[in-house]
Design a protein around this ligand. Structure first.
Ligand SMILES: Cc1cc2nc3c(=O)[nH]c(=O)nc-3n(C[C@H](O)[C@H](O)[C@H](O)COP(=O)(O)O)c2cc1C
Length: 327
């Protein structure tokens, strides 16, 4: 089982954001935060290009894969492939509200069918030795009572899930875009706190709208861990402070400064280029690195305008440091 300490702070699965380049970058900032992949469907794992979909750098550990799907057999097979590749945790998406996901019967709509989720989790847990976890919401559509959430968790926990990551707002499956579903339904972290109180043996992680050190500290007083989404994408260097404050032991070496991170990413981008990865695929995740700092805008503009050029090389990252210093 993953220890509770290992789950204390994590970066959320985010489609089009938390790909391997993003995760490697975030890892240069925080050695200890737990990272999640984008959601990958079980079908894609079984039928797609596994190296492209599942490949990751060993530096990314601890790293969890998030799977989407509703077929226990497929999910179990995909979980085993992911575990064999070295992922530290297999997470099932029971929270995503997008249309595409709704039609495929996975994501948040599965909350209505706790028995099916339990069968999926049971099959996955039987196929791997790493923890199988569930990321869900506090409710879906009219199923938004605490009792509904508790019954769901109770049923799925019995099938072999010891960790629940709960986005503390319900999903509305008709009429709201995925983006609105991350903003419009109100946050209710108290629900997640109650879940922890009533299921003390479970590891309960809260997610949604957490954007400050004080916010993290307040949540950690009530639950086992927090998951950060948009804040980590917009202001990635925030994770350095988070690491120092909540994850590093007293004798841990200090995390890198921003320029160190850029230099390490220069080496990484040069290595990736040898595998055909374009510079922009790496640097697009880095644009928020100087968020709130002097020279942030000039640095961001320099990288976003130049990294997409066909002849851009990793050395552009070293030049970007001069631009930031001179601004
Ligand atoms: C661009 C983007 C993509 C997302 N993709 C996923 C996903 O693939 N799987 C998932 O479970 N949640 C996904 N989410 C939701 C986040 O994991 C998280 O639950 C949500 O953003 C709330 O946390 P935050 O307020 O800290 O951002 C996504 C969020 C964003 C902003």
């Amino acid at each position: 089982m993953a220890t509770v300490a290992a789950m204390r702070v994590s970066v959320a699965p985010m489609m089009d954001v938390t790909d391997r380049h993003c995760r490697y970058f975030l890892r240069q900032i925080s050695p200890r935060v737990r990272l999640y992949t984008e959601m990958i469907t079980a079908q894609a794992v079984l039928r797609g290009d596994q190296e492209r979909l599942l490949g990751f750098d060993p530096a990314e550990h601890p790293v969890a894969i998030q799977l989407g799907g509703h077929d226990p057999v497929q999910l179990a097979a995909a979980a085993r492939i992911a575990a064999d590749r070295g992922y530290d945790e297999i997470n099932l998406n029971v929270g995503c509200p997008s249309d595409r996901v709704r039609d495929g019967r996975f994501g948040a709509c599965l909350m209505r069918d706790a028995d099916l989720v339990a069968r999926c989790v049971g099959a996955m847990a039987g196929a791997v030795t790493v923890p199988v976890t569930v990321k869900t919401r506090i409710g879906v559509d009219e199923h938004d009572s605490y009792e509904f959430l508790a019954a769901f968790v109770e049923r799925v926990a019995r099938a072999g899930c010891g960790t629940f990551i709960v986005h503390a707002r319900k999903a509305i499956l008709q009429g709201l875009s995925p983006r609105e579903n991350r903003e419009v339904p109100p946050l209710d972290p108290q629900r997640v706190h109650r879940l922890k109180r009533e299921f003390p043996a479970l590891t309960v992680i809260t997610n949604g709208g957490i954007r400050s050190i004080e916010g993290i500290a307040a949540q950690l007083a009530a639950v086992d861990g927090v998951m950060l989404g948009r804040k980590a994408a917009e202001d990635p260097f925030f994770l350095a402070e988070v690491d120092a404050r909540f994850l590093a032991g007293p004798d841990a070496t200090p995390v890198a400064d921003r320029a160190d991170v850029v230099r390490r990413m220069c080496e990484y981008a040069a290595r990736q280029a040898r595998h055909g990865v374009r510079l922009h695929q790496v640097t697009r995740h880095m644009l928020g690195l100087y968020h709130g700092q002097r020279g942030a805008r000039a640095w961001r503009r320099f990288l976003s305008e130049r990294a997409g050029s066909p002849d851009a090389t990793a050395r552009l990252l070293l030049a970007s440091l001069e631009v930031q210093r001179a601004a």
